[in-house]
Design a protein around this ligand. Structure first.
Ligand SMILES: Cc1cc2nc3c(=O)[nH]c(=O)nc-3n(C[C@H](O)[C@H](O)[C@H](O)COP(=O)(O)OP(=O)(O)OC[C@H]3O[C@@H](n4cnc5c(N)ncnc54)[C@H](O)[C@@H]3O)c2cc1C
Length: 472
């Protein structure tokens, strides 16, 4: 039996941040990982998808460079090299998350699958570990919907698509969420024909609908075929061809055929192998049940990251891990606050989100909601670069308090940082609109959309007084 101050189960973003932080505080930490440290983000998620997106962007840039007078000739895709780049990106990042690094920080890294055998007791391949505090950070896996015939078809998920041996000629994708759409565009740019089928009425349903629809139009213009309101009822496979049979809301049928199928219909928490009930840890439809302090239903057991459901992002896993550290080791625990959490869909153009969408704001704040837009198509820098697609959309109340910010456009993932900081610090649209931004840059679009609010105050008595002053 080994005694530690803290056992962390799972070595993805949440588990790594918890382990490194606790070791830094001087705790004796055991980190148990059944596969590879780095988790979903490094091996099957953020890193390989962004590396593949970079390959697709390079192909698209080369193909469209002639508008700048730069002629590259026929663009040829070496798919083996594309996947080699994906692996190279992973190899370059892996040392940050390696067992050697964590051992050098003082963490006891244990390879194997952990399961609870009782309160604060965990077993890993026959070895028993005990600690006063345990953190469950076992992440999530692809949720595969119960569709007739799907289990008999060799479908791909994010766990297998980055190790394909051949580039699909036609890739069918189930699900128009962020994973489905990022990969749809990347594969299409690399020369695969892509068809996306989505059962819902909207793509990216958590996003501001106006911007999500503009993004859908951009993807369609690039040749990604997206069919909404198409509920796949049967999947079949014959002579290397996969066929989807779907029904639309009006009863009409849709079929699609391809040589590969990616299932990207959501995520399910990894709880099955943990025997959580033996430790008194309750689970629900979203995964491990936690309160706002990330405590589970068992004393001394916390959970962080994707396994808790909610916002499944690496930066949220990181935030929760830091909160768990604080709450597990120090008095006066703190509650999680998810009001200002940015996230990004890494399509081109990118779609970035923080706070409330227009619809959410109207549901909560009614008529006091104001919307301020600044399209990119007549911004000087966007014109010069030929990145005219998208806009900054700010959602405020009538006093200019920022309720949400949404950016569709080139570099949106970076632009959202300014709006995030403004919201976090209570900076109003008036202050954003009066802040000098460098010319010509994309963040000017944030200032200019906020100026919409500043100008809106130039009415009534203010306008009358100003008129009098300038004309006297
Ligand atoms: C295709 C894709 C793209 C993504 N892109 C982004 C992005 O661009 N930005 C972003 O913020 N997020 C992105 N995400 C989400 C991000 O990957 C996750 O939110 C993040 O990895 C969650 O970290 P985690 O530590 O909670 O879980 P994980 O990273 O899943 O780590 C959990 C670890 O626990 C281990 N484990 C499970 N059960 C046990 C057990 N019983 N014993 C021992 N070990 C166990 C697993 O092997 C795994 O290594 C993406 C996800 C996908 C699938």
């Amino acid at each position: 039996m080994s005694e530690h101050d803290l056992i962390v189960i799972g070595g993805g973003a949440a588990g790594l941040v918890t382990s490194a932080g606790a070791a830094g505080l001087g705790a004796r930490v055991a980190l148990v990982e059944q596969a590879r440290l780095g988790g979903e983000c490094l091996w099957n998620g953020c890193v390989p998808s962004k590396a593949l997106i970079a390959c697709g962007r390079a192909a698209n840039d080369a193909r469209t460079a002639s508008r700048f007078g730069v002629h590259t000739g026929d663009v040829k895709i070496d798919f083996a090299r594309v996947l080699e780049w994906v692996r190279e990106a992973q190899r370059r990042i892996e040392p940050h998350d390696s067992p050697d690094r964590f051992r050098s920080l003082g963490v006891d890294v244990i390879a194997g699958t952990a399961r609870f055998t009782g309160e604060r007791t965990v077993q890993v391949d026959g070895r028993t570990l005990r600690a006063k505090r345990i953190v469950v950070a076992t992440g999530s896996k692809p949720a595969v919907p119960p569709i007739d015939g799907l289990s008999e078809v060799p479908f791909l998920t994010n766990e297998t698509i980055f190790s394909l041996e051949h580039q699909p000629r036609t890739l069918l994708i189930l699900g128009a969420g962020p994973i489905g759409l990022e990969l749809a565009q990347a594969f299409a740019r690399l020369g695969t024909t892509v068809r996306v089928l989505e059962s819902g009425a909207h793509l990216l349903p958590r996003e501001d609908h106006e911007l999500a629809e503009l993004l859908g139009a951009r993807l369609a213009a690039e040749g990604v075929e997206i069919t909404l309101d198409a509920k796949v009822e049967r999947v079949s496979h014959r002579d290397g061809t996969i066929r989807l049979d779907a029904k639309r809301g009006d009863g009409t049928g849709v079929t699609a055929e391809g040589d590969a199928l990616l299932v990207a219909t959501g995520r399910a928490s990894n709880v099955a192998s943990l025997d959580l009930a033996l430790a008194g840890v309750a689970t629900g439809p979203q995964g491990v049940v936690v309160d706002d302090r990330l405590r589970t239903t068992a004393a001394g057991v916390w959970a962080a990251g994707d396994v808790t459901g909610g916002l499944r992002f690496t930066h949220v896993a990181d935030y929760q891990a830091r909160l768990v550290l604080r709450n597990a080791f120090f008095p006066l625990s703190s509650a999680a606050d998810y009001r200002v959490v940015p996230w990004v869909t890494f399509t081109d153009p990118e779609l970035a989100h923080v706070g409330l969408t227009e619809r959410e704001a109207r549901d909560r704040h009614g008529d006091s909601v104001r919307i301020w837009r600044r399209p990119f198509d007549d911004m000087d820098r966007a014109i010069a670069d030929d990145h005219p697609h998208g806009m900054v959309k700010l959602v405020t109340d009538r006093k200019g308090k920022l309720l949400g910010g949404h950016v569709l456009g080139y570099g949106a993932g970076s632009l959202i940082g300014e709006i995030t900081l403004a919201m976090k610090q209570g900076v109003s649209a008036a202050v954003l609109g009066n802040t000098i931004h460098a010319y010509p840059t994309y963040p000017e679009a944030i200032k200019q959309s906020a100026e919409g609010y500043v100008k809106s105050r130039f009415t009534g008595p203010v306008r009358t007084v100003v008129r009098w002053m300038v004309r006297r």
